[in-house]
Design a protein around this ligand. Structure first.
Ligand code: PLP
Length: 719
């Protein structure tokens, strides 16, 4: 990459979450705060001018929605609009039911609706003491509502909630077909259409469709957060959510948010009157196809999670086989492209998209989903740059051997340990670059493809696939891998060596290293641990054993017998690598496993823990010998420029998944200060806490990570 860091602007492709505020809206809001700041309820000239501004915004809203009937109420956002609509519908239902207990009272909502809708239904159903049944309308694999289901249930429904455009998949609901279904079933249900993601993207003939309530949100279309609007059909029941001083003709109490209304008004005005402010439908479609082509070229095997012909052009939702949403988010963020995963990412748990789950897509697609969304005023330069970065991101993944069948990076990746995780369980690969061979330990079925990919891409020969216990799924993955990697599996070659407790064992040579199995019997179950290290004079001395694959041995070692047996074989800095690591502890030493280091044995707070947080420049001056360790994955470090490039001192990139290789030597050098850095501060904190727990006292991490470093100089804090 040749771009200097300064010319590496962020590319924002998460418009369905929120958008920046457009200049005309900023200008309008500023005017509403500086010159036209009056209260629209005041009858003096200042107030009258504010009132005129409010009226103009209402008029723009009506022009955009194509209606001069019904109510348009400015709200704080769509969530408030949804509250008002649901309260209005359910309060009326309660009154009707008091008169006629046979009044239909089923509450229906779309299975892929934004959570604000079902949560609001539950809330008001409970607050109003209605006890209505609330049922989700299923969707088909294309994301559209199951109309057969709707036709069966509509006659019993008091309220039907659907969305116009889905925020995750971009799927456009067939509102006309929903209307026809409601009519055909004789339903008298009120109809709420969450129109948040539709504004500025598709036609919304609300009046013609007979929609009763349509909430909108300003911040999804270039207005600020905290402003939205609600359309209420003429004649639809209405109950104010906020009672107050009669504002908005008594429909919503509270002095109006005039800067927000002015800004939204400016956006609506541009939408109605300024054809140059937004790209045409044809242009947006072309951008969509350009991005789709770039994605498919960069990530072979990528699948789109909704049919392009049924989605708005501004949303692309896709999954890349073998890559989780979290990994793809990290990759795109490193490439300077802000995209979003199906649901919030948590550091260790696998995340899923409830929308894709509702569509019945395969599980892996839900776990890998990425949403790329742009606003309708996107420029062709932004799309071109996005395509370049997508291509770079694809290259970075292939270079890291994580992806791309048929690619080869033989000898380009150094020796060492790699931890792979799935839902808290670990598989390990140890690769010896010199002999181009590896061992695989405790392969998990969910990781088997990725393990095979990594081994084949690096052209490693497999010396053994080892298992530490009898888990059937591990045995199954082992068999699958043996079959898949048959061509590159080495014949067993054992050498006899002696361990420090005097026992002898058959060791498996792997370049300059050996792997030595040590059998254990735990509660009647046969287990094995594997020592990894070097042999000297047919002996494997404790200091030469840097790692041990311990499986779950220590989890069931309540009486400490297993640990006691291992102790004479190992050195204090030998790392014990587990088969499960739900807490992201990474590894133990003999001392930490028996509770003798870390917060218990080390000083209550190390010298570094007492130090106040420092910005990076101060930190580097105070700790001139500190090593900066970027624990992001190599593909992230290679996907683009980061703020790290601007530092006077180079950071070394040791991904958290490969850190176990380096921990023993860091433990050997107690005085070496270490500063861990990552994207958000989560992985760097994990690395720091691990080192601290293992007894290293000079550990810091950058709180908030590179994400915050850009603007606010994330502080370096002691661990
Ligand atoms: N409905 C949809 C489809 C949305 O995408 C959102 C925002 O994420 C909302 C409702 C809630 O909107 P607001 O943030 O304005 O309350």
């Amino acid at each position: 990459m040749s771009l200097p860091a300064q010319s590496w602007p962020e590319l924002y492709f998460d418009a369905n979450a929120t958008t920046p505020v457009m200049p005309a809206a900023i200008k309008a809001a500023r005017r509403a705060m500086e010159s036209n700041f009056g209260n629209p309820s005041s009858t003096h000239s200042t107030g009258l001018r504010a009132g005129a501004l409010l009226d103009a915004a209402h008029a723009s809203a009506r022009a955009v929605l194509g209606t001069d009937k019904g109510k348009i109420i400015f709200t704080s956002g769509a969530t408030e609009g949804i509250q008002t609509a649901v309260l209005s519908a359910l309060y009326t239902l309660r009154e009707r039911r008091a008169l006629d207990p046979a009044t239909p009272d089923l509450l229906l909502y779309g299975a892929t609706d934004h959570k604000a809708v079902p949560t609001t239904l539950q809330h008001w159903n409970q607050v109003l003491g209605l006890g209505c049944e609330i049922v989700a309308i299923p969707v088909a694999a294309d994301g559209r509502h199951d109309l057969t289901f709707l036709s069966v249930h509509a006659a019993r429904a008091a309220l039907v909630c659907t969305m116009a455009v889905n925020n995750e998949s971009g799927v456009i609901s067939d509102l006309r077909a929903i209307r026809r279904t409601l009519d055909a079933s004789g339903s008298r249900a009120l109809w709420l259409v969450d129109s948040v993601q539709a504004l500025g993207k598709i036609e919304l003939p609300l009046e013609a469709l007979g929609v009763d309530y349509a909430p909108f949100s300003g911040h999804k279309l270039y207005a600020p957060k905290g402003i939205g609007m609600l359309y209420v059909r003429d004649g639809a029941p209405f109950v104010p959510l906020l009672a107050g001083g009669g504002q908005e003709t008594g429909q919503r109490g509270g002095t109006e948010n005039m800067p927000g209304i002015a800004a939204l008004g400016a956006v609506l005005d541009a939408l109605h009157n300024d054809p140059d402010a937004f790209r045409s439908g044809a242009e947006l479609h072309r951008f969509n196809r350009q991005l789709a082509a770039a994605l498919m070229a960069a990530f072979p095997g990528l699948v789109f999670n909704a049919p392009a012909e049924l989605t708005v052009s501004t949303t692309l939702n896709f999954s890349v086989p073998g890559m989780s949403s979290r990994e793809m988010m990290n990759l795109f963020d490193a490439a300077g492209m802000r995209v979003s995963s199906g649901s919030a990412c948590n550091s260790s748990k696998t995340t899923r998209s409830f929308v894709l789950d509702a569509m019945g897509l395969e599980s892996w697609r839900s776990q890998s989903a990425i949403r790329m969304s742009f606003g309708p005023s996107v420029t062709s330069e932004e799309i071109d740059e996005a395509c370049l970065r997508i291509a770079g991101a694809g290259r970075a993944l292939r270079d890291a051997c994580l992806f791309g069948e048929g690619t080869s990076h033989a000898g380009q990746i150094p020796s060492g340990l790699l931890q792979m995780k799935f839902d808290g369980a670990c598989s390990w690969i140890y690769a010896d670059a010199a002999s181009a061979s590896c061992v695989i330990v405790d392969p998990l079925p969910e990781l088997a493809e990725r393990i095979a990919q990594s081994v084949q891409c690096r052209e490693l020969r497999v010396a053994a696939i080892l298992t530490t216990d009898q888990r059937p799924q591990v045995a199954q993955a082992r068999n699958w891998l043996l079959e898949k990697l048959r061509a590159s599996t080495l014949p067993e070659a054992a050498v006899k060596i002696r361990l420090a407790d005097g026992s002898s064992s058959a060791a498996l040579p792997l370049g300059a290293s050996v792997v030595v199995p040590v059998p254990f019997s735990e509660g009647g179950e046969a287990r094995r641990v594997y020592l990894l290290g070097e042999v000297g004079n047919r002996h494997m001395w404790p200091a030469a054993i840097r790692h041990v694959f311990v499986g779950d041995l220590l989890e069931g070692d309540a009486d400490g017998a297993a640990l006691a047996r291992l102790t004479p074989l190992l050195s204090p800095h030998t790392l014990l690598l587990p088969a499960h690591d739900a807490q992201a502890a990474i590894a133990d030493t003999l001392a930490s496993a028996s509770g003798q280091t870390g917060s218990a044995a080390a000083p209550a707070a190390g010298e570094n823990g007492q130090e106040t947080a420092q910005d990076i420049d101060t930190f580097l001056k105070t700790h001139p010998a500190a090593i900066i360790v970027d624990v992001r994955e190599t593909y992230e470090a290679n996907a683009g420029h980061s703020w790290l490039d601007q530092l006077s001192r180079r950071a070394i990139n040791i991904p958290l998944t490969q850190i176990a290789e380096h921990i023993p030597s860091w433990l050997d050098d107690e005085q070496q200060p270490l500063l861990f850095v990552c994207r958000t501060g989560i992985r760097s904190a994990q690395a720091g806490h691990c080192m601290r727990r293992l007894g290293h006292s000079k550990v810091w991490h950058m709180d908030g990570g590179l994400a915050l470093a850009r603007d606010t100089a994330a502080p370096c804090v002691g661990i």
